[in-house]
Design a protein around this ligand. Structure first.
Ligand code: HEM
Ligand SMILES: [Cu+2]
Length: 568
């Protein structure tokens, strides 16, 4: 790892307490090209959509609380679960992780002043609100009702206006994703500070590199499929429409060629964030850095060749089913490498049970449950039995909610002090964790059993034999809905009036903590320098942290003198 080196800017003046002028709040409402502003714009916007998607989920669970379709009714139920799923994926998880955390953290972590293409970055963000508005308008006009998968022929006969609005919305969101991915790819490869090799990067940056590659390869295929679907819908072509000789299975191939990698787009950044958060709060170096970094690349490669595991019951030939089954199971290897490395990182650590750490550990355990049910679904004979049942709904929520959402919360508790300069309240953070953990498991654990008993998904009405477990699940969903409130109030209150965080409240070693909270416009005062690796906890971390704090104070002093000096 890099040696401690003297910073030429460091003077011996004793540090004085000081505040630099803060930037105006209304910058968040402008076409700003600062990656930190854009990151926060993404996080706040997507959290708003999360609340909308969550409200729809609560409506879906209210419908399912009893066996009869007596709350939303059939039509509205279809619209509600379709828009729920679409919002959660395309307007919450993907843009929050990539656009939100990716934007905020990557340049800071690699010691860059901004992303490679700042304007493109802003354009990508400003495509998100219209993406959401189109989708919400569809809900008011004629809700798309064919599920987030939008399979033909159902999507061709379930309402033209809603379906077309849905397609336009996803095309816009997809374009935004592609623009963001180009930016990350170039930024990570080309904008690292002098002296930082790929293997000096924090693991989050490796994860973002792999995520960008997946986005760039897979998203255009989805766009192609949706454009063809539009032609079928509006122009009477028959690419996928069986009544005109088209083949709906081709749509499934194209759709899943994107949508399976999409699950890694939704989980790789979280893997990266967890690899940052666990070492800081366990005060230990990450276990097996290289194995974690390269396993992200392995997941990226394997993730591209497993899509047909979603099509075991679509008439897929046997040889293909065997291939996709084995390829899918192989993904358990790089994923297992990560999980074991995280456990080894925690092992024997001086664990601080902060809210960030609780959500981080919650992530590891919930994600493992989702991973295990994934292995069950990967196996052709088992999948044939539980296909299209609630077992699938249970699985996908353990990975997307227990995985992605728990990870996002861990990231929010961890980086909120950096982003806002203020701490979130820890007591309410723990209340939030407890309610989320209990509500989540109560809502989704029973769905495994329901699926095994044969309850189909995407139905508003069901056999009364499933009533008890569904009731428990709906109560869990209600607790989950409530659990968001302590977080929401905590975030709003703390942003305005929370305890001042200081520059490095967690005593972390990666570069984003080696500048003020929040960081100045160009991220660093003077040139950022690499004193240690991002995970060198233990031996010299105390001296290093003191050294950094003193140095930052001095650099800040210089910056203050500069802002106060009369311009010549
Ligand atoms: C807030 C708590 C949530 C609850 C109570 C909830 C509830 C549900 C329910 C009951 C369904 C099944 C609808 C049906 O098949 O009839 C569903 C579907 C789905 N949910 Fe959620 N959900 C929640 C959060 C999330 C999150 C965070 C994601 C993340 C991406 C997500 C993604 C999906 C997806 C992809 C589907 C598939 C819908 C389909 O079958 O096409 N959900 N949700
Ligand atoms: Cu898949």
């Amino acid at each position: 790892m890099t040696q401690l080196q003297e910073n030429p800017n460091l003077t011996s003046t004793p540090p004085a307490k000081m505040e630099l002028p803060s930037e105006p709040w209304w910058r968040f409402f402008t076409f700003s090209t600062d990656h930190k502003v854009i990151g926060i714009q993404y996080l706040v916007t997507t959290f708003f959509f999360y609340l909308v998607g969550g409200a729809l989920a609560t409506a879906v669970r209210a419908e399912l609380a009893t066996p009869e379709a007596d709350f939303l009714g059939f039509e509205r139920y279809n619209g509600a679960f379709t828009v729920h799923a679409t919002i959660m994926i395309f307007l919450w998880i993907v843009p929050a992780l990539v656009g939100g955390f990716g934007n905020y953290l990557v340049p800071l972590m690699i010691g860059a002043r901004d992303m490679a293409f700042p304007k493109l970055n802003a354009v990508a963000f400003w495509m998100i609100p219209p993406t959401g508005i189109l989708l919400l308008v569809s809900l008011l006009v004629e809700a798309p009702a064919a599920g987030w998968t939008s399979y033909p022929p159902l999507s061709l006969i379930s309402g033209k206006v809603g379906e077309e609005l849905w397609i336009l919305s996803i095309l816009l969101g997809g374009t935004s994703s592609i623009l963001a991915a180009v930016n990350f790819f170039v930024t990570i490869l080309k904008m690292r500070m002098p002296g930082m090799k790929l293997e000096d990067m924090p693991l989050f940056c490796w994860a973002m590199l792999a995520t960008s590659v997946l986005t760039l390869i897979a998203t255009p295929v989805l766009a192609g499929a949706l454009i063809l679907l539009s032609f079928d819908l509006l122009a009477g072509t028959a690419f996928f429409n069986p009544s005109g000789g088209g083949d709906p299975v081709v749509y499934q191939h194209m759709f899943w060629f994107y949508s399976h990698p999409a699950v890694y787009i939704m989980i790789l950044p979280v893997f990266g964030m967890i690899s940052e958060i666990l070492p800081v709060h366990a005060r230990k170096p990450i276990f097996a850095y290289k194995a974690i970094a390269y396993s992200s690349l392995a997941i990226c490669f394997l993730g591209l060749i497993v899509w047909a595991h979603h099509m075991f019951t679509s008439g897929t030939p046997d040889w293909m089913r065997v291939f996709f089954m084995i390829a899918t199971m192989a993904i358990a290897v790089p994923t297992g490498i990560k999980v074991f490395s995280w456990l080894a990182t925690l092992w024997g650590g001086k664990i601080r049970f902060t809210s960030a750490m609780l959500f981080g550990m919650g992530f590891v355990s919930m994600f493992v449950i989702g991973g295990l049910s994934g292995i069950i679904l990967a196996s052709v004979p088992l999948d044939i039995h539980v296909h299209d049942t609630y077992f699938v709904v249970a699985h996908l929520h353990y990975v997307l909610f227990g995985g992605s959402v728990f990870g996002i919360y861990a990231g929010l508790y961890h980086w909120f002090p950096k982003m806002t300069g203020r701490m979130l309240n820890e007591f309410w953070g723990r209340v939030h964790f407890l309610l989320t953990f209990v509500g989540f498991n109560m809502c989704f654990l029973p769905m495994h059993k329901l699926g095994l008993m044969g309850m189909p998904r995407r139905v508003a009405q069901y056999d009364p034999q499933f009533a008890d477990l569904n009731w428990i699940s709906s109560v869990g969903a209600f607790i989950l809905a409530i659990s968001t409130l302590p977080f929401l109030f905590n975030a709003i209150y703390s942003w305005v009036a929370g305890r001042k965080a200081g520059d490095n409240p967690w005593e972390a070693l990666s570069l984003e903590w080696m500048t003020t909270s929040p960081p100045p416009h160009q991220n660093f005062y003077g040139e950022p320098i690499l004193l240690t690796g991002p995970y060198d906890y233990g031996t010299h971390s105390k001296e290093t942290l003191d050294y950094f704090a003193a140095q930052l104070q001095t650099l800040r002093e210089l910056a203050l003198m500069e802002t106060e000096a009369p311009h010549s």
